[in-house]
Structures are given as C-alpha cells and as structure tokens.
Design a protein around this ligand. Sequence first.
Ligand SMILES: Nc1ncnc2c1ncn2[C@@H]1O[C@H](COP(=O)(O)OP(=O)(O)OP(=O)(O)O)[C@@H](O)[C@H]1O
Ligand SMILES: [Mg+2]
Length: 274
Amino acid sequence: MSALVEIRDICKVYNPGENEVRALDHVSVSIDEGEFVAIIGQSGSGKSTLMNMLGCLDVPTSGLYRLHGQDVSHLTDDELSDIRNREIGFIFQGFNLIPNLTALENVELPLIYRGVGKRERTSLSEKALGKVGLSHRIHHKPSEMSGGQQQRVAIARAIAQAPPVILADEPTGNLDSHSTKEIMGILRELHGEGRTVILITHDNEIASQAKRVIQIRDGKIESDTGEERNGVSAGAGNEEKASGRPTEEGAGDQDMAAAAWADTADIREREREQ
Ligand SMILES: Nc1ncnc2c1ncn2[C@@H]1O[C@H](COP(=O)(O)OP(=O)(O)OP(=O)(O)O)[C@@H](O)[C@H]1O
Ligand SMILES: [Mg+2]
C-alpha cells in the first residue's frame, strides 16, 4: 500500500540568492492512512513551512510530494486549492471562524465550496458539531462562545466531510489547559476512528500524545519515532530539544489561514445565489 503522504527530498528556499533561507533542507517523510503524527520543533525550525507543503498551501523549491498517490509538487494555485478542498481538513491556532456566521454556517462553508447541496451539508454539519459536543450551540456566533468551543467548531468544520488528512497547526496554542485537554481528546478520538491526524506543535507534552513524533530542527528531520518503517536515519534525544516556550501567533499562520479560506467571499456569493 502506498503512503497517504509521501514527501521525498523536499527543499524550500525563501529569497534565493544572497539572503536565502533554507527553511526545509532535504526532508523526506511518509505518513500512512490512520496515523497520528506530531511534528515538533523550535521556533524557526520549519514547522509552518512543512505544514504549508503538507497542506498544499505552497509548493517546494525541489523534491517530490505525493498526496493520496497524486504528485502535487508542481500544481498551479487553482489545482492546489482543489486538492485542499478535497483532501485536507485544516485546524489553525487562531480558529479562523467567520465572525458574523453561526457555528453551523461556519461548518457549512467549505461544504458549499465543495458543491454539497443544502440538505446534505446541514446534516453533515450538524453531525460534525454533535461529534465535538456542540449540538446545543449550533446557532451561536463565535463571539458568543469560549475559545475551546470555537476551536471545536473549527474541528467540526475540518471533519464534516471526512477529509483523508486532518492537519492541525498549534491547535491548542490559544487555549487554557482544560480546553487543551478537550481538543486533544477529540483529536485522539478522531485517530481512534481511523482518521489521519497530523499535528504541528512546539510543545513536548502535546506531541507525546501522538503515536509518532517527528522532530524538525533547522529545516531537517532530526528524529522520527516512525523512522524504522520509513528507513530515515535520524538522531535520538527528543526530550530536551523541543522548547517549552510560549506560542506566538506567527504571521505564517495568518497567511496559511488566509490562503485556506481565500475562497470565502466566493462561497458567500454562491450561498446567496442558492
Ligand atoms: N516567507 C518567508 N520568507 C523568508 N523566510 C521565511 C519565510 N517564511 C519563513 N521563513 C524562514 O524560514 C524558517 C522556517 O520558518 P517557519 O515559519 O517554517 O518556522 P516555524 O517552525 O513554523 O516557527 P514558529 O514556531 O515560530 O512558527 C525561519 O528561519 C523563517 O525565518
Ligand atoms: Mg510556525
């Protein structure tokens, strides 16, 4: 069986030339369907850059990315957008809900974009919101919900149409410890149901809840607890290297969120037409 995610020898170089930054430096990783993987590393190590690749929000400078068997390394923006809609459920640190829409409408948005009809998308969205324990809040707007509840709405949005990959970038970065437990519980449950969950974090404790931990440092994979299967040689010593420094909402997260939801205006337009 081929891997769900297959990255081979990927490099990402920003500002090629004198001030170039090699954000990813010959990274290879394979992730199978149903895995629960944490990607951990310090600030600037290349986590968001890797997430951008995994989430088809950007293409590598060199190397190969095959998602679900399809080579996505050289696609156009439109083609990448199609793949994102079909294959990936995103969860961001900052929730990225649309403030003037209710929980239900927020969850329905990507389904409209995917062309799912009204009745089916309402049913899928209600089910997803039920799954994250928010059946009683579906008509509430984000400002009427706690941070943990908002992140649960975002998870419902990510899982409503059962995408093959759930990609979460610091999903608990803005949450208190109680909500963090709740969100991690939901992610574990999704994994238990056979979903593929990829979690990006700088926090060792969060990472340790995943079944497999990939440590990234200076754009290279430093260790991978799934390395035997992947045949990737890497050093050991996860423990001390991941820092426990507080999270910051990086500009990268905003950019990613913007790209992932760039079609929002378009979606609302269609909603009005229906
Ligand atoms: N658009 C860009 N242009 C130039 N350099 C960039 C760009 N985006 C990221 N970098 C650089 O690439 C490296 C990796 O950045 P990246 O955002 O992937 O790190 P990160 O691990 O997500 O960090 P954090 O935990 O702070 O979010 C850093 O040195 C960063 O300065
Ligand atoms: Mg980042």
